[in-house]
Design a binder for this molecule. Structure first.
Ligand code: UD1
Length: 365
């Protein structure tokens, strides 16, 4: 029996690993697949809700790392994950995405001589001020196998010198989860509970340090949203980091004085999918939401200087907007007055990426 560990830590990891776990069940007589949760995200809304919505089993191990500076968080992940690897002695470790748990666990497993695979490899924003970019570069530099979601990832891994035979273009496991959960998301009544109807509102998410950790930038963004709320209802599930900063920077007034700005708690996966599919458009600074809106054909404005997922702008519905007041105002104005950009589904984003990964890994091990 071969043993495989997949690591999850933060919110965007859960939907990438859920389909991988399901796909390995087809090989359950040869492969034992378990999930290790570092606990980087620990609030029920940021973590537990995703396990339930995605029908994931309880993690085999929970490391309880919690928040901290990047060094503290990553270091704690490494210390605890090393013990897990010593104990379980896996034949393969799978890490996904670009969060601190991804780089921490891959450093541990590679140094212990354990074969390590990175799912969602090769993506680059070329913006080294993003913590995720450093995590992506470091993880890709040391892994043994790379599973890729889009052509830009393959190109980048080639440039980096990764051996061709260990790079696999498999599609996007996050979109596997989207396909899996869509029937449930269609049945949700959440927007009606908010008093809204299909396509009547804009959906907003903002949590990236570059947008929410600097008082003036966060104020600018909230004022733009307040302006937009004259034209559209706004649904804004607020990440804990953003919530904290709105309070600390004294910006709550902007929200309370605009009744069409609906600030709500972070939502589970199915409710958030329901909010995305029914939105008139989405404005975000997330990585994954750029991909999910492209898969759903929902227009998306991404408030960032770069994207590590260029297929979402070249083929999909995503538009990159510079995070300045004028650019955001112009983009929102275009969004509500001009015809929308149409999009296509990127190659292999067909809901079967995890099956491809499991088939490949079964042959490798
Ligand atoms: C992390 C990921 C980011 C991802 C995001 C999705 C890194 C470097 N960043 O950013 O790529 O897009 O998750 O949500 O790994 N907090 C809570 N409860 C929680 C988790 C966090 O209150 O369950 C608060 C804490 O105060 C914490 C802050 O949010 O300090 C930030 O959390 P952290 O995990 O450090 O990074 P994220 O901003 O969530």
């Amino acid at each position: 029996m071969k043993k495989i560990i997949s690591v999850v830590g933060a919110r965007p990891n859960f939907m990438k690993v859920a389909p991988i776990h399901r796909a390995f069940q087809r090989y359950s007589s040869d492969i034992e697949h378990s999930i290790v949760h570092t606990g980087q995200h620990y609030d029920a809304a940021m973590s537990d809700a995703f396990f339930q919505d995605l029908d994931m089993p309880e993690p085999a191990v929970f490391l309880g790392i919690g928040s901290g500076s990047h060094a503290v968080q990553t270091a704690k992940v490494m210390v605890e994950f090393e013990k897990v690897c010593e104990n379980i002695r896996p034949d393969l470790v799978i890490v996904v995405g670009d969060v601190n748990s991804t780089v921490g666990c891959s450093l541990v497993s590679v140094k212990m001589g354990i074969a390590t695979a990175h799912v969602e490899a090769g993506l680059r924003s070329f913006d080294r001020a993003m913590p995720e970019e450093i995590n992506r570069i470091a993880t890709d530099a040391i892994c043994d196998y790379w599973f890729v979601t889009e052509q830009s990832g393959i190109d980048e891994l080639h440039k980096q010198g990764a051996p061709q035979h260990n790079i696999f273009f498999v599609g996007n496991t996050m979109i596997d989860s989207l396909h899996y959960a869509l029937p449930k998301a269609k049945k949700s009544q959440f927007i009606h509970k908010l008093g809204l109807t299909e396509k009547s509102y804009a959906l907003i998410t903002m949590h990236r340090p570059s947008n929410v950790d600097e008082p003036e930038q966060l104020r600018t963004l909230l004022l733009m949203l307040a302006e937009l709320s004259q034209l559209r209802d706004i649904v804004f599930p607020v990440h804990p980091r953003t919530r904290k900063n709105i309070e600390i920077f004294g910006l709550s007034d902007i929200i309370t004085s605009h009744p069409r700005m609906h600030l709500i708690d972070p939502q589970g996966y199915i409710t958030f999918l329901h909010l995305m599919m029914n939105a008139d458009f989405v404005m975000t600074d997330s990585g994954g939401i750029q991909e999910e809106t492209t898969a759903l054909g929902v227009p998306c404005l991404t408030i960032r200087t770069t994207t590590e997922r260029p297929v979402t702008t070249s083929l999909g519905t995503n538009i990159l907007v510079q995070p300045s007041p004028n650019s955001i105002r112009q983009a929102l104005n275009d969004m509500v007055t001009l015809p929308r950009k149409s999009g296509q589904i990127p190659p292999l984003w067909d809901g079967k990426a995890a099956d491809r990964i499991a088939d490949i890994i079964y042959k490798i091990l």
